[in-house]
Design a protein around this ligand. Structure first.
Ligand code: HEC
Ligand code: HEC
Length: 389
């Protein structure tokens, strides 16, 4: 698939989408075991991004792509045969430059910023291919300033004119039908349609159990893609065409992310989602929003929750997964709140997740509340069986 513009061809983060590129596993792997290997053990030719889990390594690739606006295939040799991951280990001139850049950035931070990760690829490259710009643009300087990106607001302390986090959460619970009704929901089974980037629509099933378990199964043409959080652990099982390992265990920010998606799937979870919340104000598409910023409960990832100021409903979640070279953002947009569950509680029926390498669009069609869900649904998922085309 010829890739146009900025969208890359692979999903890298939880909540994922898939791709037109087809890859198969070419790495030895103990069947049924979620890989626990570090990057240099899991891959063939990793010399600088060492000592990190596989999910974080894939996030670094997403970070590099998003920072330089290069596609995977701009730095790596595209496999001749569908799914031959070994070509990723081969050297290319641009890959060599990127490796030199990683070392350069480490040096800059070490020598100038006491080793803090202050400078990243994005600092210079700004999602523009080739060499970074070196001359100031007068058109930019005197032109209209770009509209501020609401994802970039940083609420460092409670704004005096903003409500308290508890008031924001209470208003949200009121808006969805009341705290009592929300608390009465112990489980939900959703059904709907999932569309990933450059991927046909697939049926999706989502199982949610209070307070923090969630499994999403996307039935793609090449096999099921399953994202699971059992409350403490998270995994993604994906077809070989999608991911370098059939089951990848989430760590760090990716684990915080799947847990947040689980907690926030139930409106009553809003008060458990983040710790040390502070509140500020911003705008999304000309609409006033209240922003509650904090840290993912049980983790370290920064999280921002955006509530529509007028309706009180949660409209966006932005979270950040840390990697050794930079923070990878994930944005989840919630809309089309409906009381389709018959429980007197409104749930978002349209959920769009965007990250450095793609976007997934989930349109739900039904939500059944308080149905019994087999506990095994939240166990580590098995590698998917290949499906017939
Ligand atoms: C700007 C260049 C660049 C881009 C874009 C890029 N990579 Fe990489 N990739 C590298 C470098 C450099 C390494 C080696 C890192 C090291 O030695 O520590 C690497 C290594 C890898 C490896 C390990 C291969 C092995 O077995 O040794 C995989 C897998 C990989 N990249 C996947 C991807 C994917 C998927 C994308 C697209 C999302 C991507 N890369 C985008 C530069 C890039
Ligand atoms: C301090 C600024 C700076 C930072 C930070 C930086 N780069 Fe660069 N990068 C450059 C400059 C300048 C060039 C052009 C060098 C040239 O043309 O010889 C370049 C060139 C490149 C190229 C080759 C582009 C092409 O096709 O001509 C790649 C790939 C690249 N950088 C990747 C990265 C990655 C990955 C990171 C983060 C690990 C990074 N850079 C961080 C300044 C930077």
């Amino acid at each position: 698939m010829a890739s146009v513009g900025m969208i890359k061809s692979r999903p890298l983060a939880p909540g994922a989408t898939a791709t037109a590129a087809l890859w198969l596993l070419s790495i030895p792997f103990a069947h049924g075991q979620a890989t626990q290997l570090t990057s240099e053990q899991a891959f063939k030719n990793v010399t600088v991004l060492k000592g990190i889990p596989v999910d974080e390594f894939m996030d670094t690739m997403g970070f590099i792509s998003a920072s330089t606006n290069y596609n995977c295939a701009d730095c790596h040799i595209e496999p001749k045969e569908e799914g031959d991951w070994s070509t990723y280990a081969q050297e290319t001139p641009r890959k060599a430059t990127a490796r030199r850049m990683i070392l350069m950035v480490q040096e800059i931070n070490k020598n100038n910023f006491a080793g803090a990760r202050v400078v990243t690829c994005y600092t210079c490259h700004r999602n523009v291919q080739g060499a970074p710009k070196i001359t100031p643009s007068l058109a930019e300087q005197y032109g209209e300033p770009p509209t501020p990106d609401p994802n970039e607001v940083e609420i460092r302390r409670q704004r005096p004119d903003a409500p308290s986090a508890d008031q924001v959460f209470d208003k949200y619970l009121q808006a969805v039908g009341g705290a009592q009704k929300a608390a009465a929901i112990a489980s939900i089974v959703f059904k709907g349609a999932y569309t990933g980037y450059a991927e046909p629509q697939s049926p999706v099933d989502i199982y949610v159990k209070a307070p923090n378990q969630r499994t999403m199964i996307v039935h793609t043409d090449s096999g099921d893609r399953t994202t699971t959080c059992d409350g403490a652990n998270g995994w993604m099982a994906a077809p070989a065409t999608d991911k370098p390992f059939p089951v990848i265990r989430y760590t760090g920010g990716d684990l915080d992310g799947v847990r947040l998606d689980a907690v926030l799937s139930l409106p009553a979870g809003i008060k458990q989602a983040i710790t040390r919340p502070v509140v500020g104000l911003s705008m999304i598409d000309d609409k006033d929003v209240v922003v509650v910023q904090g840290t993912a409960t049980g983790g370290r990832s920064p999280v921002k929750l955006y509530f529509d100021k007028a309706s009180g409903l949660l409209v966006r979640q932005v979270r950040y997964a840390d990697t050794m070279i930079g923070r990878v953002p994930v944005q989840v947009d919630y809309s089309d709140y409906r009381d389709a569950a018959g429980a007197g509680v409104k749930l978002p029926f349209h959920v769009i997740t965007t990250w450095t390498d793609g976007r997934s669009d989930v349109l739900l069609t039904s939500a059944e509340t308080n149905v019994a869900i087999d506990a095994a649904k939240f166990n580590q998922p098995s590698p998917p069986a290949p499906r017939k085309k």
